[in-house]
Design a protein around this ligand. Structure first.
Ligand code: LFR
Length: 475
């Protein structure tokens, strides 16, 4: 295969980045050309994403990408899932909401009144999360009647870059409005819950070209390139870049969320899967991401935010985690899946209340608190891995941790210990790598199925291996 460069725009819940990927002889190397914060904004209408600010960050990063590599073959965009803008003509109707905004309760009730959860699960295969797009839409009220279009966040950025309006399929699978078997819009369900079918854009698969940059965008960036759909749901891109043997491994894409699961060929829609609240999201190349959302590093970052507010001083997270490793392990953990931890706000107070209500001891210091959070996460991850294996029939021999959580050595070790399985940590930038790989395949710089793409990852990023304590003692 020939060589060349592609650019990934990867928007995370706390920051965005633009990363150049260079491919030569089937090998990848990366250069980060832009990083910008993603700070949600609260207004009287609720909690919103600063979408225009994120677009600005993407543009600035992309113009640096063109300076570094004038002949970029394509651009791909991924972000978190479920959130969207309603459109009318070429206008965005309002500022997109953050999925942690608490307005969705009414939407959940309204949807379940006409389509009970058991039926929804049969149709869309999704775990219950109160912010799934269909619940958000049911809470929109009158605005929905004004809309003639809907764009999920990465598609919205794609539209700002090219003018094209599509719905990339992996991310569309998180809306609750995609049929889990056919992977086409479930128009009957949409109609039943009051979503006009006409607002749902045409679906495209990863690898589809959206179009080239609009003239004013190309002029600003100082270059021209097509935008190509990738696994635009960040978790779909991350799973592409897990250097695993999918028939024998589980993965955890660990950032703000911990997405814990396995990759399967077919959805798992059993009563047991529904009761365990496991999801069947659409993956790249038609694979299924059978996984469960566990509250991730959010528990830690939101605690740090509260402590910083309280003391007026910045906290160094690596330093806190070092102290946490020396703090005593707690006797009991809290349930990292509890929905009380979902909304922004005082996290240490909510964790303390959770413990007190059950007669459990509240950690006496911040390092002990951080230790408890890490132990609780490790336990929830280990449990979800066991469940994923049991429900899907995939015999899990190894757990791969990718994303920022791969840098958390305490978390990775305690996960290995609690799961009794080896943990392979890295790459940290799995999401951006998955985004780059799908583009590189479209451009002809790499070829093959997901296994071939994972071999490219394995060749460039050596994972760190954590061995469970029990087998260390035996060895
Ligand atoms: C991770 C993620 C999860 C999704 C959550 C909300 O960044 O995309 O997969 O459940 O954010 O969109």
């Amino acid at each position: 295969a020939s060589g060349g460069a592609v650019a990934a725009v990867d928007l995370g819940a706390t920051s965005g980045r633009v990363i150049l990927g260079r491919f030569q002889g089937g090998a990848i190397s990366m250069e980060t050309v832009g990083r910008f914060p993603n700070t949600p904004v609260r207004t009287p209408s609720g909690l919103h994403w600063d979408l225009i600010g994120l677009h600005r960050g993407a543009l600035d990063g992309l113009s640096r990408a063109f300076r570094s590599e004038p002949a970029i073959a394509s651009i791909g965009v991924d972000s978190w899932a479920v959130d969207y803008a309603l459109m009318r003509g070429d206008r965005m109707l309002g500022v997109p909401f953050h999925y942690r905004d608490e307005r969705t309760a009414s939407g959940v009730e309204a949807v379940h009144a006409v389509a009970p959860f058991e039926e929804l699960y049969r149709r869309n295969g999704l775990q219950f999360l109160p912010f799934n797009t269909l619940y958000q839409l049911a809470a929109e009220g009158e605005l929905l009647g004004l809309a003639d279009g809907l764009l999920l966040v990465p598609d919205l950025i794609g539209w700002m870059l090219t003018g094209a309006r599509v719905a990339e399929r992996t991310n569309a699978s998180t809306t609750g409005l995609l049929d889990v078997r056919t992977r086409e819009w479930d128009l009957a369900l949409a109609e039943r819950i009051g979503v006009p079918a006409g607002i749902l854009p045409s679906l495209v698969d990863p690898g589809t070209e959206l179009g080239v940059l609009l003239p004013h965008v190309a002029a600003e960036l100082g270059g021209q390139a097509p935008v190509v759909a990738v696994g635009s749901h960040d978790t779909a891109s991350a799973v592409v870049a897990v250097p695993m043997r999918a028939d024998r491994a589980a993965y955890i894409s660990c950032g703000t969320w911990g997405l814990v699961g396995v990759e399967t060929e077919h959805p798992v829609l059993t009563d047991a899967a529904r009761e365990a609240n496991f999801t069947n999201e659409g993956g790249v190349d038609g694979r299924v991401r059978f996984l469960h959302n566990v509250m991730g590093l959010w528990l830690l970052s939101e605690s740090v935010r509260a402590w910083e507010d309280e003391s007026g001083r910045d906290i160094d997270l690596p330093d806190l985690l070092k102290q946490a490793a020396h703090a005593p392990a707690p006797d009991a953990v809290f349930d990292a899946n509890d929905a009380v931890f979902l909304a922004p706000g005082d996290m240490p107070a909510r964790i303390a209340a959770w413990l007190s209500e059950r007669g459990l001891a509240v950690p006496p210091s911040r390092p002990a608190f951080a230790r408890l959070i890490v132990e609780s996460l490790a336990e929830a991850f280990a449990k979800a891995v066991r469940k994923a294996s049991e429900l899907s029939g995939v015999p899990v021999e190894t757990i791969h941790v990718v994303g920022g959580g791969a840098l958390n050595t305490l978390l990775c070790q305690r996960l290995a210990d609690r799961a009794g399985l080896p943990v392979l940590a890295g790459p940290v930038e799995a999401t951006a790598i998955g985004n780059l790989l799908v583009q590189a395949r479209t451009a002809g710089f790499v070829s093959g199925d997901l296994e071939a793409l994972r071999a490219v990852v394995a060749g460039a990023f050596e994972p760190l291996r954590y061995v469970p304590a029990a087998s260390r003692v035996r060895a």
